[in-house]
Design a protein around this ligand. Structure first.
Ligand code: NAD
Length: 300
């Protein structure tokens, strides 16, 4: 299994490290416009695997990355505390993402791509467009992270560790997140919140990333763990249901935008989009999310 991480910055390095620690790759390649940085990350991660796995870690260009099974895109500008929304990154990150997409088509035409660069849903849509790959092989990472943040916020409230809470966020990795409170469970039992409680929890979840960015300039551990879960489900063909961004084709009544939906992840990528029964409120939020993203896609 050959996995390449394009963008060896804060997030890319952490994703590479997490993948190596979980033993998910035989070969791991870092690519960055700053070759020294990519090399430094490869050396550091390469030295870390001496304690655990047999992953060969290197850095290089797209030729080094040739015939990767999975390519993870984390290249581009990150959000800063002065940015109200990830949408502010469209202009800077679009050309970067489109260039990378072309290189992947040229050198790893059978790869499954996982997009993280923000605004992730839009960037994933652009990668899908630019590569012409089937949608199963172009998957955005963000929903798993948002769901983890929801669990983190709920943990204090429900007096249960986050890992014992089942909670999902669909929709955009951004302002149009859709919390699916109707599927909320703690220790396997359904948990119902009042509307007021749900609103407070949702707001705290929405602000969770900015709180980290303000304090340490960027997020890394949580998005890396969520992405590694996606990679693991693909590599080990686990068929886990994970909220990921994929281009929709009528699911939830939405077509032609990439947004977060429950995906069955296996060796073929997003092998199936599950259509959950949602409350009217949740279904309307999904529709609003699709409409909002469609408007931006139209502008692009
Ligand atoms: P960073 O600045 O630390 O790293 C970005 C790296 O991309 C840099 O090393 C830069 O040299 C490299 N790069 C730029 N253009 C490139 C190109 N054409 N080819 C290869 N490499 C290139 O930023 P970061 O904190 O690692 O964040 C990276 C991206 O991931 C940002 O857009 C950020 O908003 C996003 N992000 C997404 C999630 C998510 O869950 N989807 C979470 C955190 C961050």
């Amino acid at each position: 299994m050959k996995i390449t991480v394009v963008g060896a910055g804060r997030l890319g390095a952490q994703i590479g490290y997490t993948i190596a620690q979980r033993g998910l790759a035989d070969e791991l390649v870092f690519v960055d416009i700053f070759e020294d940085l990519a090399q430094g990350q490869a050396e550091d991660v390469g030295q870390s695997v001496a304690f655990s796995h047999e992953t060969a870690v290197r850095s290089g260009d797209y030729e080094t990355a040739k015939d990767s099974d999975i390519v993870i895109i984390t290249a581009g500008k990150p959000r800063t505390p002065d940015m109200k929304t990830r949408m502010n990154l469209v202009k800077a990150n679009r050309p970067i993402i489109e260039d990378i997409a072309k290189e992947i088509v040229r050198t790893s035409p059978n790869a499954i791509i996982i997009t993280l660069s923000n605004p992730m849903d839009l960037m994933n849509y652009l990668v899908w467009k630019a590569t012409g790959f089937p949608r199963e092989r172009v998957i955005g990472s963000g929903g798993q992270l948002d769901s983890a943040r929801l669990k983190y916020v709920l943990a204090g409230k429900l007096d249960a560790p986050p890992a014992r809470i089942e909670a999902f966020i669909l929709g955009e990795h951004g302002d149009h997140q859709v919390p699916v409170f109707s599927r909320l469970k703690t220790y396997g039992k359904k948990y119902e919140m009042t509307e007021g409680e749900a609103e407070k929890v949702f707001e705290a979840t929405r602000l969770a990333s900015m709180s980290v960015i303000e304090k340490k300039k960027g997020t890394e551990f949580a998005p890396a763990s969520g992405t590694a879960d996606m990679v693991e489900s693909i590599v080990r063909d686990q068929k886990k249901v994970i909220p990921c961004s994929v281009v929709l084709d009528g699911e939830y009544g939405i077509t032609g935008v990439s947004m977060g939906v429950p995906c069955v992840l296996g060796k073929g990528g997003c092998e199936k989009v599950e259509e959950w029964v949602l409350t009217d409120f949740e279904a309307k939020k999904m529709k609003d999310c699709g409409d909002a993203l469609k408007e931006v896609v139209g502008d692009l």
